[in-house]
Design a protein around this ligand. Sequence first.
Ligand code: HC1
Ligand code: SF4
Length: 568
Amino acid sequence: MIELTINDIKVKAEEGMTILEAAKSVGIHIPTLCHMKDLFPTGACRICVVEVDGMRNLTPSCAYPVTEGMKVQTNSPRVRVARKTIVELLIENHPQDCLICVRNKNCELQDLSERYNVREHRYVGEKKNHAIDISSPSMERDPAKCILCGRCVRTCNEIQKIGAIDFTNRGFKSNVTTPFNKGLNISDCILCGQCILVCPTAALRERSHAKEVVNALNDKKKFTVVQVAPAVRATLGEEYNLPIGTNVTGKIITGLRRLGFDKVFDTNFGADLTILEEATELINRLGNGGVTPMFTSCCPGWIKFAEQNYPHLLEHLSTCKSPHEMEGAIIKSYYAKKMGLNPEDIFVVSIMPCTVKKFEASRPELSEDKMPDVDAVLTTRELVRLFKVAGIDFNDLPDDEFDNPLGESTGAAAIFGTSGGVMEAALRTAYFKLSGKELENVDLTNVRGFDGVKEFSVDINGSTVNVAVVNGIGNVRGILEQIERGESKYHFIEVMACPGGCINGGGQPIHQKPEKVQKRARALYEIDAKMKNRKSHENESLKKLYNEFLGEPNGHLSHELLHTTYVN
Ligand code: HC1
Ligand code: SF4
């Protein structure tokens, strides 16, 4: 243990701790911008500077280790002036459009301006002038709002290991951009939106589909159908200051009805449907010598990554469309027929925790006769904005239930939204299909949690099925290289591009609280544990869908409507 004083308070800190960590351990807040927990500090932004006795210059506390007897001041006049000046300089090189900015009231630069009492423009001068990158259907990049903290670059390079963006130039010309400044859509970007979640300002944000949705809701000729992803119900409440992990399913349904949607369905129905199709596909591949290991295909960030980087391995991807796309296809076929609706008049909106889902919905492979399965995708954040405009007081909303038949779901579907959930759900059904017996304990805890790669082996009818779960796209390359070398022992592999899965998707509420991912995941496991039916094959409405319409999983109609192809 090392003893030091911070602001005249005696502090005991572990060797190797930074001044920032030691201060935090005794409740002293030091502001940060470039700092990222668990990543090597760069000390680039200098907002965390402190005064250390005996040192001439101010010291970046995020990058400096504690030493025995050290005396630190985190709030001296010199420190306050330095921090305020940094904030003032950042503000002067930033568009002055807070009132109309998408991150108004959720911006770290705005918070710092308030905290350091910036009340005048002292350094008016030349400003950066950059075009907004709107090349991608999922995201926008606005370099004029970038404060060069580098968190997006580090997230993309060190966590996601994609390397789609980086710093260019020096000094006033410094910029974060794509290779040759060509735009996100032609970089290696997979549109996961993880960089949006760490951006302190609105330099990175989603591409909004709100206008299209509002137009459809106002169009009397349109029959508007909305579906809600598994992970959204465990996170949206955070935007209304509810505790992280509050399940707000019932309120979301009521809110969507009040927005004017004709039907409110559950993507969890589509998730159960995906499991029946995917488990059947796996069993068929295992039985007839098909290509294995088979990968899950519900994460469009992972699909984009595989298409761009491993086109020679695309046969390993399940051909199943993702749950919301399956649900869209069923709405425009089975449901339209049942209700006597013209599919062309139906407008399907997916509420997703994900930015890549916008790109996915626009893929030509995911439409029938040029009619997309899903017409628009809104992120969790965009839905909150629509609720606000409509004067919907979310916290006071009563609970409501999904419409049927595409509103029924099982516990297996609920856990899709967290890393390992798709695998757990698939194994519950694959076990039944292969052995004819129900799995006694459905809680497959080995595939839960947030390790980068989780492994599990299950004995089904005397055969061992080896599975792996890849949590975050940054952990997938090793698994793919094993396959390239012909050394993979796995039969089935789940990949989710976002660390933690969809609960931490790029479209989710933005706040830098590390404990949020665990709490959100817990909420989904609680939903599962409380359900009467916890296996996808127990979904009664789904049984009816197969009896009345589809025939059997992986049958002819399923292949036409629910399966897809990939582009290399
Ligand atoms: Fe997901 Fe999925 S789990 S991909 O993370 O397979 O977005 O929640 O909706 O489609 O069901 C996202 C979440 C989501 C699909 C499902
Ligand atoms: Fe990198 Fe994902 Fe951001 Fe694209 S969306 S730049 S892949 S972190």
